[in-house]
Ligand binder design. Sequence first.
Ligand SMILES: C[S@@+](CC[C@H](N)C(=O)[O-])C[C@H]1O[C@@H](n2cnc3c(N)ncnc32)[C@H](O)[C@@H]1O
Length: 336
Amino acid sequence: MRLTDAFKEAGAGQWVTDDFCANDFAAAMMGAAEVVSDPTFWALRFDVAADDADRWSDALLDAGALSVDAADPFAGTDGESPIFGEPSEAPRGWWHVTRLTALCGNDADPATLVRSAAGVLAAAEPPFERYRVPDRDWVRATQAQFTPLRVTDALWIVPSWCAPPCPDATNILLDPGLAFGTGAHPTTRLCLRFLADELKDHESVLDYGCGSGILAIAAAKLGAGRVTGVDIDPQAIRASIDNARANRVRARFVHVDALADERFAIVVANILANPLRALAPVLAARTEDGGRIALSGILAAQADAVARDYTSSFDIAAHAEDDGWVLLTGIRRSGN
Ligand SMILES: C[S@@+](CC[C@H](N)C(=O)[O-])C[C@H]1O[C@@H](n2cnc3c(N)ncnc32)[C@H](O)[C@@H]1O
């Protein structure tokens, strides 16, 4: 997934607040009592055509910007254009009009920085906006965005710095980290609801593409028997092991190549449409006869094509949809 999706994951979701988190959020967003010694940065922003976004970003960084952010100027409005990337597809490029925001130090002069970048590109200096960005305790400010997330009445995802709003529910303790999977993204939520509704006690579960381990941990907490998570990313395996330990659940996490020759009653895979299509024979081989599969990371327009690749081994159909993402579920037929 693109970085923009990761940011959406961080911002999206049905967050609820308890008092602690609400106060924390207000304090962090206002910067109250949090401004640290070097008080401000400069930010400058201007819009460029999609074809110019990369070269302007590079030129701004070369001219001394600390970071450059590229965004849709219409984000948050009806004119927003989401960009979704799929592995094995060429990158889709930037927005037709792309808004670049460069951050630079307190002692930098934004006008000089833009002039210098324009000089490198032999381009006209664009008109730009500048504004101050107060320094903050960024860890606290980031934490404040993550508050307990209700998946169902009986299943919650709770960051370690918040008290569980429903102590009697199944609470998964999970902090945002480098691996994907905080529970805020619709594709994860679809899988969590599937597990909450469908998992029977002691069933074995394979979480294929475990990311943070959130689905495997949920399965273990919901009463699964043997639980295994696999990923191609070593960072995901590390994060999953740490998260399972924090949740005191028994689950095994290994690199995808190290998975033993075993099958599972339930296989969940939240990846993306193209990898899921390529993985159809692999996931079929991992599912017990009569077992169930749940596939997520699929946009509504991609669902038929993914389902077709699984029909030789599964009776499969769309199970649920959330914010344009579809969950396919199927039952493994025996013999093929
Ligand atoms: C969208 S994240 C899902 C994480 C988590 N399971 C969730 O539901 O939030 C997809 C994960 O699949 C992993 N992945 C991608 N391609 C894979 C493949 N071919 N085999 C195994 N894992 C893969 C990625 O590294 C990433 O951690």
